[in-house]
Write a protein that binds this ligand. Structure first.
Ligand SMILES: [Zn+2]
Ligand SMILES: [Zn+2]
Length: 109
């Protein structure tokens, strides 16, 4: 009793000849199945986003496209470093109304 085999493309379902060594009825069918199998972008769990860590520059994968750091520790590290740089390089303090004070002092003289 020859066992009939089905085309491996579930969308197709064509019965292949039992003597056939092919797994798909046609090449086009094979291509179609391959394309359907390659995980689309919305299936993030199996196809995570490839990102580069903003802190250490390491590549990593994430389930969210907004991820910026490879680990939570890295994020804190980067945050701490930024704070340190800000503390070491304070922004020059600007008076709230520089133009006004200038005109007032001008008027007084
Ligand atoms: Zn087929
Ligand atoms: Zn990192």
């Amino acid at each position: 009793m020859p066992s009939l085999r089905k085309c491996k493309n579930p969308e197709c379902g064509i019965m292949l000849d039992y003597w056939s060594r092919k797994f798909y009825c046609t090449n086009a069918c094979k291509q179609q199945h391959y394309r359907a199998r390659t995980t689309p972008h919305y299936h993030v769990a199996k196809n995570p986003y490839r990102k580069k860590c903003r802190n250490c520059g390491k590549s990593f994968t994430s389930k969210t496209p907004l991820a910026e750091y490879c680990t939570r520790g890295c994020k804190q590290d980067h945050y701490r470093q930024r704070k340190k740089i800000e503390a070491e390089n304070p922004q020059p303090i600007q008076s709230t109304f520089p133009d006004e004070s200038y005109t007032i002092s001008n008027a007084l003289t």
